[in-house]
Write a protein that binds this ligand. Sequence first.
Ligand code: PLP
Length: 377
Amino acid sequence: MNIRLFKPSLGQEELDNLKEVFDRAWLGNGPTVVKFEEAWCQYIGSKISIGVNSATAALHLALTAFHFPEGKKVLVPAITFASTATAVLYNRLIPVFVDVDPETVSMDLNDLRKKYDSDCVAVIPVHNGGYPVPMDILMDLANELNLKVIEDCAHCAGGEYKGKKLGTWGHIGCFSFEEKKLMTTGDGGMICSDDEELIAPLRAYRWVGIDKDTWRRAENANHLAENEAMHWHYEISVLGYKYNMNDVAAAIGLAQVKKLDMMNARRASIIKKYLEGIKGFEYIKEIFPYDNENGAYWFFGIRCKKRDELIIFLKSKGISTGVHFYPLTLQPLFRKYAYDCPVAEEIWKSFITLPSHIDLNDEEINYIISTVKKFEF
Ligand SMILES: *Cc1c(COP(=O)(O)O)cnc(C)c1O
């Protein structure tokens, strides 16, 4: 056995869509990106979606949309992937790390209130592992404190909280389509919102500041009168980035979004098998409560006191594992912003992520469960 921790699930539908893009021979930022953005709006139920080349870019630009003055503060959880906090630094803002709840491993809203001061302008809740931050409570708190809310939905594409899609609760939602995430475009991300005025300007920011897409100008060139020479014209009035999604990625995304609910359902059934497998087991328990019916969970994690020994044992049996995540407050880059996140800095030591990608078969899942149980605690 040699079981991967993550693996994208791809098929004929993705290939068919790619063939169309190849036949059109327009691989860059083109009409397929627009089609995917429209499909995403439909799926998630937001008014506007903007495709970018990663969630890292999405988070960077989502903060840029608000034009916060340099040096203001943004609240982020201590346990998350680096991008949640690097997005803050890219915008010349200061990350304020909020400790996590010991049970759910997501932002502790009491600690958020404690860490808040009048320089705080925004909060980036992360639905860590797919476990939803209680967005109704968070939005009330954000309204009270006058904080903008950017949801980091890198782990929960398709997930819901209280019947409403994650990513549509806050002012802006950011998604990742990196190859390990719930659905993929190779690399890719999406920014979505109901506030068109707020995020429409990000189209220029993702395209080196240019206010018109090249493919629209190319299309336009054919429609303009023969003596009209200005089809090439565009304006640059903001400092933009090369963050656009391309048509190759969007073609894969169009196929993946159609399968997303099915893929999330398969992951839910794998997690159910794991939960049944470890039930009543003394030495390990699930990393957080997998009790939300509408959840789209990115991974199945466990907690184990002999974490490192178990990782090595599983490795010797051909089972890859991971740790999600080492607290950012312990990273050299962020250490100077770190203060008072004792829960995060303790509980991560027991975290192990087990394989839960949807191409795992029942035999492999049973093998992983029985191998975990063979470990000498
Ligand atoms: C993966 C991840 C990101 C970044 O996604 P990319 O698309 O790889 O840039 C951001 N936030 C969290 C919580 C992630 O896990």
